[in-house]
Design a protein around this ligand. Structure first.
Ligand code: PLP
Length: 358
């Protein structure tokens, strides 16, 4: 596959902004090049200097942890920035299109709309897997991006690895595998496939297992040519100084991330079992993520009444293939107990009202 030919012509020709920190990369010197405030920062910290536009230190540590080369890593202001840049680099309005497999993460559609790129949709099968024959039928030579989410949000399951390979082999463009929840999954990441598939882009994030949603740091792993074009068109200082510092700190403490994942998995199992024991719960879907999808008879009432008790979950009951479903994030043991107690009481209350008044 010729990756260069997939890039939009004007982006291929684009000359990137060259920042002060691009032109001189040494660490020691008298820095009078970037119009910073040399006296310090009003915000009481060493924030007066611009951050490294290429996030070299973070990429070095991340590449080591994930066993890839730094040239295969893009860092963005959340994965959402990486998603948007893929559209901007590869999708020409009026010509190209992308493929989405609902029900899935809402940002793919938002980014497609924002960039005026039609999104063709091929729903997942009833067991939330890829519908290969219909995907093949929906492909066109202008299908530039195919978004796969594994583990999928909001269904919680992983896509079958062999199906993802079929898509990678038949796609005329890039295949994005969003692994925001991969650290909670039994399944291995597809990162090890990068050498084999130059059209693979793997998205991961610091927002979930790493517990850094407030810092906004997303990752894309791909062939160096894909990373190079994303880097060329990104805002120069897209990852701030504090986020870069805290990411390095986080990466040096992978054990803590693993401990939190283990605690979340234990709570997920306990919640799934408790929810499965409730008579009014129609189904608890298996989850490879840090949330559970649960089918109930009266999702809207359950959702509203939980809000009344200041317990906030996500109502997914209007989403294709998720009719009647609520999505519940796994919290702390105390939070989960509060949820389970309220959920059980409200469910029984609603069922009782139905038998009493009808
Ligand atoms: C939460 C989530 C993300 C993370 O997005 P960030 O912008 O990195 O916070 C990405 N993809 C999916 C499917 C998600 O659910």
């Amino acid at each position: 596959m010729n990756l260069q030919s997939l890039i939009r012509p004007h982006i291929r020709a684009l000359k990137a902004y060259s920042s002060a920190r691009d032109e001189y990369t040494g660490k020691v010197g008298t820095f009078l090049d970037a119009n910073e405030n040399a006296l310090g920062s009003v915000a009481d910290g060493p924030y007066n200097r611009y951050p490294d536009p290429h996030q070299r230190a973070v990429k070095t540590e991340l590449a080591r942890l994930r066993a890839v080369q730094p040239e295969q890593v893009f860092l963005g202001n959340g994965s959402d920035e990486a998603i948007d840049l893929l559209f901007r680099a590869f999708c020409e309005p009026g010509k190209d299109e992308v493929l989405l497999m609902p029900p899935t993460y809402g940002m793919y559609q938002v980014s497609a709309d924002l960039n005026q790129i039609p999104a063709r949709k091929v729903p997942l099968t009833n067991n939330f897997q890829l519908d290969l024959p219909n995907i093949q039928a929906a492909l066109s030579p202008n299908t530039k991006l195919i978004f796969l989410c594994s583990p999928n949000n909001p269904t919680g399951n992983c896509l079958k690895a062999e199906d993802v390979k079929v898509i990678l082999e038949s796609a005329p463009g890039l295949v994005i595998v969003d692994e925001a929840y991969i650290d909670f999954a039994q399944r291995a990441s597809v990162l090890s496939w990068l050498a084999e598939y130059p059209n693979l882009v793997v998205l991961q994030t610091f927002s979930k297992a790493w517990g850094m949603a407030g810092l906004r740091l997303g990752m894309a792993f791909a062939h160096p040519e894909i990373i190079a074009v994303m880097t060329r068109i990104k805002p120069p200082y897209n990852v701030n100084l504090l986020t870069q510092e805290l990411a390095i700190k986080a990466l040096s403490n992978h054990e803590k991330q693993q401990e939190m994942v283990a605690a979340t998995l234990a709570e997920r199992a306990r919640m799934a079992e408790s929810l499965g024991d409730l008579d009014f719960v129609a189904k608890v879907f298996p989850s490879d993520a840090n949330f559970l999808l649960v089918k109930v008879p009266e999702p809207d009432q359950m959702y509203d009444r939980l809000i009344g008790k200041r317990i906030i979950i996500r109502n997914r009951s209007k989403v294709l293939l998720c009719e009647g479903c609520l999505r519940i994030t796994v919290g702390t043991k105390i939070e989960n107990d509060a949820f389970l107690t309220a959920f059980s009481a409200l469910g029984n209350e609603i069922e009782h009202e139905k038998t009493t008044y009808t």
